[in-house]
Design a protein around this ligand. Structure first.
Ligand code: NCD
Ligand code: ZN
Ligand code: ZN
Length: 413
């Protein structure tokens, strides 16, 4: 708990003192969209390694996506993930529940049992797959109203994206790679905001990536539809031009779009149409990325670079203040996920979940030196601004002087 705020305070003798001059204090960051890969793909990431990466990135809470093996579609599996997160101790892990059994898109998973479990699931998503059947989507939206849940949709019309490899446009035509058209995302976003309005439920749009999707969400919000949306750091800064080198590091779902889309998502984030930044941290082992483009997995890591990318694209460009950063990376995601104790203002009596950032620092990203078990960062070798100096989870340092406090967590080494 934050005991006092001021300039002439008496600290207890054994207190850790940090010289905060020049640093920005943010409420601990909250990621609504992380892939931790455990259970099932511990070669790519574990709950311990992924949450350690999260703490180093300034996070105190992450939502762990449901596309694990087995799928997080029962109370048993979400409770297991929740417990492993607790035991690792780096951040609070909130498991996302699958919408449909095995992400199959057909039968609703036991949403109520997951909501009532110890993990208290409020966010449900088949992420990786789109809940494409409108009847299933409608039922899911209706069902979660009972416990104030939200459906987080991976908006990708499957028929329009069969075999898709990258954004459909000039570059895909030149490279001869199968395109993933913007309309495949926008058609689902449009359908889902209308469904959410029809049944009076809450919808969250995952990794919104196109100018058209921004317009649809802006329209929906102006109508009073209860929709929220996220953008990833990579969609704020990278474009489909990067596919020209055929390096699968830049292969991701939804794909990197055009400069026009990048401009539109930045503007949407700045004006509040897009509510939050979420990492979509998607670690993959080397063998799934060190191959030709068409055979490679979709996804990139992001927990350890997210804040820097937001600083570069939104703060250093004058589009957002640090208070806005606290909103899009902490308070708004905590509210959407209905998470207690996170995303709270830095005030006396609030839980001491906080992050100290040095905005004047610059660093070159070295994926091999990161805490994630996987190295598929699109920012390797790139210089980015900002450095997370310290992270505190309920008053306990998880990161100090930019280094993980391994002693504090039993299982994370
Ligand atoms: N974003 C990705 O490209 N991949 C994600 C799935 C997803 O977020 O759709 C993954 O699980 O690897
Ligand atoms: Zn997705
Ligand atoms: Zn994802």
């Amino acid at each position: 708990m934050v005991a006092a705020i001021g300039s002439a305070l008496e600290a207890p003798q054994d207190a850790v003192e940090i010289d905060g001059r020049g640093l920005v204090a943010l409420p601990g960051l909250v990621d609504l969209h992380t892939h931790l890969r455990e259970p099932g793909r511990e070669d790519a990431e574990t709950i311990a390694s992924g949450t350690r990466a999260a703490a180093l990135g300034g996070f105190t809470a992450v939502h762990a996506m449901a596309n694990t093996t087995p799928t997080q579609d029962t109370a048993g599996v979400v409770e297991q993930v929740w417990h492993l997160g607790r035991r690792a101790g780096w951040v609070d892990v909130f498991p996302v529940g699958a919408v449909t059994v095995g992400l199959g898109g057909e039968r609703l998973a036991e949403l109520g049992a997951m909501a009532e479990s110890e993990a208290r699931v409020r966010v449900f998503s088949d992420d990786g797959k789109c809940v494409h059947d409108p009847v299933v989507m409608r039922r899911a939206l209706e069902y979660v109203k009972a416990f104030d849940g939200v459906i987080a949709q991976h908006a990708q019309e499957p028929r329009l994206t069969e075999g898709s490899q990258m954004h459909e446009g000039v570059v895909s035509a030149e490279l001869g790679l199968a395109g993933w058209p913007a309309v495949a995302e926008e058609a689902i976003v449009a359908r889902d905001v209308l469904l959410a309005e029809h049944v009076g439920s809450r919808l969250h749009v995952c990794h919104l990536s196109t100018a058209g999707s921004v317009e649809i969400v802006r329209w929906a919000k102006s109508r009073g539809i209860d929709v929220t949306a996220e953008v990833t750091p990579h969609h704020l800064i990278l474009t489909d031009e990067l596919a020209r080198g055929y390096d699968p590091l830049f292969k991701v779902n939804p794909p990197l779009r055009t400069q026009r889309d990048v401009e539109a998502v930045r503007e949407g984030l700045a004006d509040g149409t897009i509510d939050i930044v979420a990492t979509d941290h998607a670690p993959h082992p080397r063998e799934d990325k060190d191959c030709e483009w068409a055979a490679a997995a979709f996804g990139m890591t992001g927990l350890e670079t997210a804040l820097s990318v937001v600083q570069e694209t939104m703060v250093d460009t004058g589009r957002m203040t640090w208070a806005d950063v606290a909103r899009v990376l902490s308070s708004a995601p905590a509210r959407i996920g209905r998470v207690d104790g996170h995303g709270r203002p830095l005030a006396v009596g609030e839980p001491a979940n906080l992050t100290l950032v040095d905005p004047a620092a610059r660093r070159v990203v070295r994926p091999e030196a990161q805490a994630s078990k996987s190295v598929n960062s699109p920012f390797g070798g790139r210089e980015l601004p900002g450095r997370v100096v310290a992270t505190f989870l309920r008053g306990r340092a998880t990161v100090l002087d930019g280094a993980p406090c391994d002693g504090g967590s039993a299982d994370a080494r």
